[in-house]
Ligand binder design. Structure first.
Ligand SMILES: [Fe+2]
Ligand SMILES: [Fe+2]
Length: 188
């Protein structure tokens, strides 16, 4: 698979995870108890699949080459845009985990509110982030990166994928996502 197509396919999986998170939040609003273990699984997927695996390839491979070869526009787009959003996402997820910990110790409405607020904020941020990457950032890379640089990006991504394949990492993530999707059929 072309390396940009691969990144877009990962976006599709991440969007499904965001749908699961929103659906789990809706269940709480409808009166269900907070599904602590399921939220911990979602956090694990965000940190390992969305962040380490997907953002890892952006931050360590694609974005490095874009900043090196595409001048000020790429610098603004990546360093003052995409990377800031990756960090904000990490903050929402840390806040979500802290809210789950507080709620487990003290199940108050205020702690429940922080679970919902941080989970929904993360989904909103990442959805917009993915739309920008699909429509602008990746398109800019495909259009403007020299062919040999794009080939080197693809080769580094293949190595990254092979390492994760060796650890059976992706199937572990996608199996867990499938289980969560089954449990939280996404609401519109
Ligand atoms: Fe990103
Ligand atoms: Fe991305």
């Amino acid at each position: 698979m072309d390396c940009i197509d691969l990144m877009k396919a990962e976006h599709a999986n991440i969007l499904e995870l965001l749908g699961v998170m929103r659906s789990a939040c809706c269940r709480i609003l409808e009166g269900a108890p907070v599904a602590d273990a399921d939220f911990r699984d979602m956090i694990w997927l965000v940190r390992n699949y969305a962040d380490k695996h997907h953002h890892g390839k952006e931050e360590q491979i694609l974005f490095v080459e874009m900043v090196a070869h595409q001048g000020q526009i790429a610098e603004n787009l990546i360093q003052h845009g995409m990377l800031v959003e990756h960090d904000l996402g990490r903050l929402y997820i840390s806040n979500l985990e802290a809210a789950l910990d507080r709620y487990a110790a003290s199940p108050t409405a205020m702690n429940k509110l922080d679970i919902l607020a941080n989970a929904v904020s993360y989904t909103d941020l990442l959805q917009r982030h993915i739309e920008k990457e699909d429509a602008a950032v990746y398109a800019f890379a495909e259009r403007e990166l020299p062919k040999d640089v794009m080939e080197s990006v693809a080769e580094h991504m293949r190595q990254f994928e092979a390492e994760s394949e060796a650890r059976n990492f992706q199937s572990k993530c996608l199996d867990l996502l499938a289980q969560l999707k089954e449990k939280y059929r996404v609401l519109n």
